[in-house]
Design a protein around this ligand. Structure first.
Ligand code: NOJ
Length: 558
């Protein structure tokens, strides 16, 4: 099947289902829940890392790329999982964390023990002549990006936590090691790879300070050499199997680079995750703030990426949620009265755009952020660091918590809510993160009486069956409308008109006359709307897609 017809589901293994009742989800738990995933009818599952790891950053600190963390399962479990999913035509995508390793990885340990070969696997630098850190770069989790290298007077670079040491991609031996890890997993039947923050791997040989007012990330993000690395990786590993699906997680990237990463002529990746659309509720670009999202900005960003990527023949990964984001319903929808409608509307936006949609576990039942009340409920290193940084800035405990509560990554990492039972039916043991509103929101209830899961099923089916959804072009529409994100998809003599009301109020849309004479059919609607007419009053969080066919023009574009 063409990758453009696929929909990918994301599972955070620690939080999906706990089969051995130790409070942590595991691979056997996922095997038990395969029938549930099959119902949704997705084509591939992206698993967050389950490799051996000290879990300082929940598995993004890998200590052994070729082994399963015993807390999550065994290699036999993984092989069984792949085989059982394959029996349902579901493929597996693994998360390759190649910008850094855990400092517990044997390469780093050998480096610490004095091996010159392995010291050259990492970015280890002398202090400045005045004894200061090699550069003024900051870690993405707060504080400086440098840590003392053992008992030497040198420092190693860590763009994330100090337990995540950045690899030296300039060293070809490092790159070859990484390619052989991909090849290892391919022999196990893995058909997809997600590459963690892959566009920050291109550090220069000589690292320099960020100038006043300049962000350090501009010095190592999207460097041209990343394209060379990706082309080489493609040649040496996944490119050998034509049907492999790859996605690069691109931190602060540009459309231009993302076209480069994904235009098939370049032989780099299938698609990219970009994040600009999820920063529209950041005040002055700062994540740890709390403010309402800027709708017009959201529209502009989505529209620019759609148009720009289509123009350059690039390909977007489409998503609202993942394990690093608070739940989208809380940010862009309404977790209260209109939870269902807003969940459906947000799903419509993403699933009918040009690109590949990702569904993050729980999204298909409308899960929302947990009702947490104190920093003690949170586990994530980033949230805890941010909380203390906010206190240090002078915010009160309540103010700091309020912000963390709105933005923490743990908001989406809480256990999957299976049933209105103790621990949300996730485990009989107290889960590693507390589930909260599972009495109202859970799989059992959703499958019995809900209307979000079956809405997702419909959207997935549309992408599988309708070429306008999977292969169509994109055209912007109503860019000045203050409430509605609207767009056209185009294919042969068809147009798909998609209207999404992002607000709680009714709002009017006027359809241009030239479209009114076309044959029309409702492809999907979250309010059972049937008629296509000049003036459409959209209800709160209403989403609707009309397929318009120009019978006169045959195979021509309308
Ligand atoms: C992006 C991952 O999605 C995130 O969870 C992780 O903390 C960082 N990369 C570092 O690996």
């Amino acid at each position: 099947m063409d990758f453009r017809n696929k929909v990918i589901y994301q599972i955070y293994p620690k939080s999906f289902y706990d089969s051995d009742h130790d409070g942590i989800g595991d691979l056997r738990g996922i095997i038990e829940k395969i029938p549930y995933i099959v119902k949704l009818n997705v084509n591939m599952i992206w698993f967050n890392p389950f490799f051996v790891s000290p879990q300082k950053d929940n598995g993004y600190d890998v200590a052994d790329y070729r082994a399963v963390d015993p807390r999550l399962g065994t290699m036999e479990d993984f092989e069984e999982l792949v085989a059982k999913l394959k029996a349902h035509q579901i493929d597996v995508m693994l998360d390759m964390v190649f910008n850094h390793t855990s400092t517990k990885h044997e390469w780093f340990q050998k480096a610490l023990n004095g091996s010159k070969k392995y010291q050259d696997y990492y970015i280890i630098k002398e202090p400045k002549p005045n004894g200061g850190l090699p550069t003024n770069w900051t870690s993405k989790f707060g504080g400086p990006a440098w840590e003392k290298f053992g008992s030497t007077d040198r420092y190693y670079l860590h763009l994330y936590d100090k337990s995540q040491a950045d690899l030296n991609w300039r060293n070809p031996e490092v790159r070859n090691e990484l390619y052989s890890i991909i090849n290892f997993w391919m022999t196990k039947g893995v058909k997809g790879f997600r590459f963690d923050v892959i566009n920050v791997t291109g550090k220069d040989a000589r690292l320099v300070d960020a100038k006043p007012g300049e962000e350090s990330k501009s010095l190592y993000t999207d460097k041209p050499v990343v394209h060379d690395y990706l082309q080489e990786m493609n040649r040496e590993s996944f490119g050998k199997a034509a049907d492999t699906v790859t996605v690069g997680e691109m931190s602060s990237t540009s459309i231009e680079n993302s076209v480069g990463y994904t235009n098939p002529d370049n032989h780099e990746l299938t698609m990219v995750f970009s994040f600009h659309h999820l920063k529209v509720d950041y005040q002055n670009g700062e994540k740890w703030t709390k403010t309402k999202f800027d709708f017009m900005k959201l529209k502009r960003i989505l529209d620019n990426w759609q148009s720009g990527m289509a123009k350059g023949n690039g390909w977007n990964a489409l998503f609202w949620n993942n394990h690093d984001q608070p739940r989208a319903i809380n940010r862009f929808g309404d977790p209260g009265e209109y939870r269902v409608k807003s969940a459906q509307m947000l799903a419509t936006v993403i699933h009918l755009l040009r690109g590949t949609p990702y569904i993050y576990m729980g999204e298909e039942i409308g899960m929302t952020d947990p009702d947490y009340h104190g920093i003690g409920d949170y586990d994530d290193i980033e949230a805890i660091n941010a909380y203390h940084a906010l206190l240090k800035k002078g915010l009160s405990e309540n103010e700091a918590f309020d912000i963390v509560h709105a933005k923490a990554r743990d908001n989406s990492r809480t256990p999957m809510q299976w049933a209105d039972k103790e621990n949300a039916g996730f485990s009989s043991h107290q889960p590693w993160l507390k589930p909260t509103n599972y009495r109202q929101i859970n799989v059992e209830k959703e499958l019995n009486e809900g209307s979000i899961f079956n809405y997702y099923q419909k959207l997935i089916q549309l992408r599988k069956n309708d070429p306008i959804v999977s292969h169509g072009g994109y055209e912007s529409l109503l860019m000045d409308h203050p409430d509605v994100f609207a767009y056209f998809r185009t294919y042969q003599n068809q147009k798909l008109l998609v209207l999404n009301n992002f607000f709680k109020r009714n709002t009017a849309v006027t359809v241009p006359d030239q479209y009114l004479s076309l044959d029309s059919r409702v492809l999907i609607s979250n309010y059972d709307r049937q008629t296509f007419e000049k003036s459409i009053i959209l209800k709160p969080y209403e989403a609707i897609a009309f397929l318009l066919i120009d019978r006169e023009s045959g195979e021509q574009h309308v």
